[in-house]
Ligand binder design. Sequence first.
Ligand code: ZN
Ligand code: ZN
Length: 605
Amino acid sequence: MPAEESSNQPEKIYLPRTSESDALKKIRHTASHVMAMAVQKLFPKAQVTIGPWIENGFYYDFDSPEPFTEKDLKAIKKEMIKIINRKLPVTREEVSREEAERRIKENNEPYKLEILEGLQEPITLYHVGDQWWDLCAGPHLESTAELKADAIDLESVAGAYWRGDETKAQLQRIYGTAWETPEQLTEYKRRKEEAIKRDHRKIGKELGLFIFSDLVGPGLPMWTPKGTVLRSTLETFLQKEQTKRGYLPVVTPHIARVDLFKMSGHWQKYQEDMFPLMAEDDESRAAEQGFVMKPMNCPFHIQIYKSELRSYRELPMRLAEFGTVYRYEQSGELGGLTRVRGFTVDDSHLFVTPEQLDSEFLSVVDLILSVFKSLQLKNFKARLSFRDPASDKYIGSDEAWEKAQGAIRRAVETLGMNYFEGIGEAAFYGPKLDFIFSDALDREWQLGTVQVDYNLPERFDLEYVAEDGTRKRPVMIHRAPFGSLERLIGILIEEYAGDFPVWLAPIQVRLLAVGDEFLPFAQQVVEQMKEIGIRAEVDLSGDRLGKLIRNAEKEKIPVMAVVGAKEVEANALSIRTRASGELGSLPVAEVLERMQGAIANYTNF
Ligand SMILES: [Zn+2]
Ligand SMILES: [Zn+2]
C-alpha cells in the first residue's frame, strides 16, 4: 500500500504523552491498580510488585505460579470492567512505616516489604474500594467510575525480573494502555499497527537494502547493492551541498593508538562506549598501550589541522568525512539500524576564529535545515543539549562551557527557532544543538547535531597565526546533519513507509514489456535513461503484465513504464507511478525530462 493511503488521515487526533499530562498520569495509575486488583481476584496466588505508568500506558509485574495467557488477559479485562462499573472510590491513606509493614505482612506480600524499605516518608497507601490497596505515591482519579472501560486495553504479557536483575525472581509483566477517550485508544492502536507495517527492519528486508549476520555480530549491518545505492545517493547529495559551502573532504583510519584518545579525553570520559583495547600482550594491556577502534572522528581531523601551522587566512577550515565509527552498545539495546555498533557519521569539524563562530554556526544550521527540506522532513524542534553542572562526566573549564552554550543560545534566538533545553544531554567536550524529528506517527527521533567546542582545541593545543602575527586558539564546531547514515535510513524507511522519492529510490524506473517482442525497444530506452544518470532496468522475467506490475509494486519502484505495440509505434511509454497512479502514455523524451526534473528537485515524478 502506498504511504499516501495510510498517512492521509482526514483529521489528526492528538495523542498526549503521559509525561506531559497529569490527567493521563491519574488515568494510567488508577487503571494499573484496577488491573492488579482484577489479577489478584482471578489469581489469588499472584503477588503484585511494581506497576508504574509508561509513555503509552502502564504495566504491573506479578509473581504468579502459572504464566498468564492471552485468554487470561481477556478475563482480567472483563474483571476490570466490573471493578470500574462498581464505581469504587480511590482513597489515599498516610500510615507509619510500622503500620505499613504490619499490613503488608498480614497480606503476605514479601515484594512489597522490599519496596517499602526503599520508600521515603510519608508512606501512602491507595485503596480501591475497601478490599484492595497498594503502596503508591499517586496521583490517581477519585473513583474507578472516572475510568472509561472502552478507552482501556490490555496489550501483552512479557517476562521480567524482580528489580530488573536476572539473578532474582522471574516475574510476569502485563502491559496495558488507557486513554481519556475511546477515540484516543483507537488512534493509538492504529499508530501501533502502522508502526509494525512501517518497521524499517521488516521493510528493509522486503526491499533488500541491508542484512545482519550472526557470524558478523549484532549491531553490524551489511549493505546490499540496493542499500548501497541508497547510501551513496545520500552521501553524494550531502557532498554536493558541502562542496558549494566550502567543505574539504578528508579520509582517516578506523583505528588509532589509545594515546590519541587519552589526549582527547575519550579514554577517560567515554571508555564505556568504546570497544576494548587491542593490546599486543598483557604488559602493554596493563600499561594501556595499544590500539582502539575509533568512537568518533574528531581527534583525527584535529591531527590534520595540526599537521601544519595554520594562518587566519585558512580559516574557517571545514574538514568533512563520512567517517565510520564503532561504539560498544549493549547487545540487548541493538535493534535494526537505529542502534548499531558500527555506523557512518556524516561528520565535519570546522576550525574557526572566535570572531567567525556565530556566523559559521548559523551557516551550519542553514545547511542542516536545507538537508531536512530536501528529505521532506518537516516536523522537528531543536534541543539545546547543555551540560549538567553537577556531573563530572565533562572536560574543560566553566568559562569554556558558558561561552559555548552562549553561542548556541544566540544562534537559536537569532533564527527564532522552536527550541527546548536538555540539561545533561551535552557531549563530554561541549554543548550541542540537536534536531529532534517527529515522524508520521508522532514518534521522536534524534537526527542532526551541531556542537560548539572550546575544550578539544585547548587539549590539543591548536593554534593559528592571527592577522597581527600572534598565535591564537581556534574554536571547533562539530556537526552532522544526518547524524549517522544508518540511523537516517532507518528513519526515512519508516517515514516514507518504504516509498522512497524518485531521487533516492535504488531503482527509479522499471520497464515492463507486454510481450518479448517489445524487449529490444524497452532495452534501448533503458540505455538512454542510464546515459543521463537515471537508475532504470527492464524486467526480463517474461511474466505476464499483471505479475510484472505486482512485483514492481512489491518492490515499491516509484515509476513503472509499460511498453506494448502502441508505445513502440509512438516512441512513448505508458507511465504508472506509486505517487500518482496511471499517467497514461507519454513520449519517451518527456519521460526522460520529467525523471531528470524529479531527481534534480527532490520531488515526485
Ligand atoms: Zn498508583
Ligand atoms: Zn567531533
